[in-house]
Design a protein around this ligand. Structure first.
Ligand code: BV8
Length: 228
């Protein structure tokens, strides 16, 4: 059995990380275009760096929840019997890995990573970034930026994702509103391939009509039950 799992901010909500669209969500006190676009970074790098420094810092105060752990357990079980679980996340946190998952595909990047816009060098974030930060490889001041896919930018690993979607026997979407593309289009692609589609979410998502089955409720409860 080859399972394709797509996750969103909802799977990390019970760990204490804000989602995007829920009230008092991440975008509440920041307009997306003010903090998550290349134009915003060019216009006001200090604001954008501060937004991601805050979120990167918050990772130390949170832990994986039973939904992250259950997915990792299912991945190990499927791998052990010759199957596979491809875990694609829109999340930029590291809770899937800390929950025990392997080869997590971060299609929108990772808070823990940084790259230089001048030389393209990539490295693990050691400290907060400011517009004065220098690239450790080319010394360019202001070169370092969060390794995050912003709106209007091409998501990462699309070839790997499309290949896994093409081989999957089951498509499962967990904790996502289905509001952002191309991720929101994966369920349609799965349906077109005639594979079964399941939604695990607090409420019906924008793409809920594309799902054969749905279980609604908090991921920390619904996912372990579904895995069991
Ligand atoms: C707003 C939207 C309409 N705009 C887009 O989709 C745009 C434009 C676009 C492209 N194609 C289109 C087609 C139609 C319309 C628009 C477009 N897309 C892009 O710009 C993408 C790039 C988008 C990526 C942007 N970066 C992010 N994140 C990183 C930043 C950061 O994190 O700061 S997106 C970001 O927002 C999205 C948030 O969605 P969710 O994760 O679902 O979170 P949300 O809060 O919305 O929902 C939470 C859900 O959980 C549920 N929930 C809450 N608590 C729980 C709980 N406890 N348990 C279970 N469920 C729970 C809730 O009920 C809810 O349903 C995620 O993707 C997240 O990563 N890039 C691109 O298209 O490039 C060009 C391209 C494409 C292909 C080839 C060449 C070029």
């Amino acid at each position: 059995m080859r399972v394709f799992v797509l996750t969103g901010a909802g799977i990390s909500a019970e760990s204490g990380l804000k989602t995007f669209r829920d009230n008092d969500g991440l975008w509440e006190n920041h307009r997306v275009e003010d903090v998550a676009t290349p134009e915003a970074f060019a216009r006001n790098p200090a604001l954008v760096q501060r937004f991601y420094n805050l979120r990167r810092g918050a990772l130390a105060d949170v832990a994986p929840n039973p939904a992250h752990v259950a997915l990792a357990r299912l991945q190990q079980a499927l791998t052990a019997c010759g199957g596979a679980l491809t875990l694609v996340t829109q999340n930029v946190d590291n809770l899937h890995e800390r929950g025990g998952a392997a080869d997590v595909i971060h299609m929108h990047g990772e808070l823990a990573r940084v790259f230089c816009v001048a030389c393209g060098f990539h490295w693990d974030a050691q400290c907060d970034l400011t517009p004065q930060s220098q690239c450790p490889a080319c010394q360019t001041k202001g070169g370092p930026r969060p390794d995050i896919v912003w709106f209007g930018e091409m998501p990462y690993h699309m070839d790997k994702i499309e290949a896994a979607l093409a081989r999957a026997d089951l498509f499962v979407s967990i904790g996502t509103s289905g509001a952002v593309y191309p991720a929101a289009g994966f369920v349609q692609a799965a349906r077109e391939r005639g594979i079964q589609t399941i939604e695990l979410n607090m409420e019906p998502s924008h793409g809920s009509l594309y799902f054969d089955t749905a279980h609604y409720g908090p991921a920390g409860t619904v996912v372990p039950i579904w895995v069991a």
